[in-house]
Design a protein around this ligand. Structure first.
Ligand SMILES: [Zn+2]
Ligand SMILES: [Zn+2]
Length: 312
């Protein structure tokens, strides 16, 4: 099992799980078990009406898919190379000085946090404490999508709970205020879900653009991309060819094509601006690899903490 021992990433991964569990507990306790109960339940051990049962089952399914996608994205090798040397047919192969001179395919990049080269590295995401590469990009996208849908569904359930509370009052003036615990917890969850929808939808859009252009985030900054065909061909190269497996959070069966070229977007391939962007993505650029390799031979550096200001 792939595990990245980065303290900052581990803390953010645990925080993600805590937020999911807190949201689930609040909605089940203060919405579903407050407003969708019945005196004659279908199952004695769950005092919920049929509608309540349906809402509970759907909600648990969404949260479970989000949580499992996250766990699999955290624990899946994002795309370390199975070949240490270049095929003989390849002329002018690149080698990574930070990986003891191992061959570095054209679409691979060295991650400073993972301390290895990742094929089709998109970026290093501290929220999943892992790189997003070819082998776990599907899991990362599923995590984003299920989290966004779960957050929207949570907001709808909170709105339904508020509506039920208002509807249950005899008159507006006599309406007692809801319990403070319920109000505080539901308010916190609403803010959390609004933020999640805004944050995550932005990243979903980036991932869709990445598939459309066949260009990872790192390649976008390097002004390169992979061979472009159709959106669906790009999509199946990440999600696998078997359509019925696409919604399920397990790694796709992919045969990485290490010889895939990184094609230039335009004439100017590199600028100092790009070098700055690389630092924020946690990758080691071509020029900086040599310097960093020298530094690493002098002293064993502590694991560099990724400080990207974005959610990733
Ligand atoms: Zn490397
Ligand atoms: Zn990484």
């Amino acid at each position: 099992m792939w595990v990245n021992l980065d303290a900052f990433g581990i803390a953010l991964s645990l925080l993600t799980w805590l937020l999911l569990i807190f949201t689930d507990a609040v909605v089940v306790r203060f919405v579903l078990f407050a407003w969708f109960t019945t005196s004659r339940p279908r199952f004695r051990w769950v005092p919920l009406s049929d509608l309540g049962l349906f809402l509970l089952a759907l909600y648990q399914l969404l949260l479970m898919l989000s949580l499992v996608s996250h766990v699999r994205a955290v624990t899946t090798d994002p795309g370390t190379m199975s070949l240490s040397s270049a095929p003989e047919s390849l002329s002018n192969p690149r080698n990574c000085k930070l990986c003891q001179g191992r061959w570095k395919p054209p679409r691979a990049h060295h991650c400073k946090t993972c301390r290895c080269c990742i094929f089709r590295m998109d970026h290093h995401c501290p929220w999943i404490n892992n790189c997003v590469g070819l082998s776990n990009q599907k899991l990362f996208i599923l995590f984003l999508v299920y989290t966004c849908v779960s957050a929207i569904w949570t907001l709808l359930l909170l709105a339904a709970g508020a509506f039920c509370w208002l509807y249950s009052q005899k008159s507006w003036s006599d309406a007692p205020p809801p319990g403070s615990a319920s109000l505080i917890c539901c308010g916190l969850v609403a803010v959390e879900c609004f933020a999640a929808v805004l944050f995550v939808s932005d990243f979903i859009q980036e991932q869709v653009e990445s598939i459309q252009m066949n260009s990872t985030l790192v390649e976008t900054y390097q002004r390169t991309h992979g061979p472009r065909t159709s959106f669906w061909e790009h999509f199946t190269s990440i999600f696998g060819p078997c359509w019925w497996t696409w919604p399920f959070p397990f790694p796709p069966a992919l045969e990485p094509d290490y010889l895939e070229p990184a094609l230039p977007d335009e004439a100017e391939l590199w600028s100092q601006d790009c070098a700055d962007d690389h630092n924020s993505l946690g990758i080691a650029g071509e020029e900086s690899e040599e310097m960093a390799a020298k530094e690493e031979t002098l002293s064993a550096r502590p694991r560099q903490r990724h400080t990207d200001s974005k959610l990733d």
